[in-house]
Design a protein around this ligand. Structure first.
Ligand SMILES: [Zn+2]
Length: 146
């Protein structure tokens, strides 16, 4: 069973249709996405505006894309209310503290090709062991915490 098929099986209202623009989820964020989808699923279950049987397909709530960008989760949907928007904002914010590879507490790393990832030290070292170029280094804090 593919990663997407597992999510579609667990959250059939959220993933009744495969995201049009792709489903690409780092392994370390599976728990995070699972929590997000669980909360969305509970929320839309009885909302006629998102789930109504009489709604045309294109109006029904669906996920458009899941991916990692600049070290953060991106979760795009076709429609949202304030509650869903808040859930997504929270999940995307949390993703910056969760290792994309293993799910441990993490920090922002960047490699020589300017590729940003959220990694724990151990996973960053592992990635660096497997490459002779473009090593990941930790981005020093500052902008956000200083
Ligand atoms: Zn890790």
């Amino acid at each position: 069973m593919s990663q997407y098929d597992c999510f579609a099986a667990d959250y059939p209202l959220t993933f009744w249709k495969k995201p049009l623009c792709g489903f690409s989820l780092p392994k370390g964020w599976e728990t995070l996405l699972s929590e997000l989808c669980f909360q969305i699923e509970q929320h839309i279950r009885y909302l006629p505006s998102f789930r109504g049987e009489s709604l045309p397909e294109e109006k029904k709530f669906r996920v458009v894309q899941v991916k990692s960008k600049f070290g953060g989760l991106r979760f795009y949907v076709n429609d949202e209310d304030d509650y869903i928007a808040g859930l997504i904002t929270m999940a995307e914010a949390l993703s910056y503290h969760i290792c994309e590879d293993c799910g441990a507490t993490a920090e922002k790393y960047i490699n020589d090709d300017n590729w940003t990832m959220t990694l724990c030290e151990s996973c960053a070292n592992k990635r660096n062991e497997n490459t002779s170029h473009s090593r990941f280094t930790k981005v020093s804090k500052g902008d956000k915490d200083g």
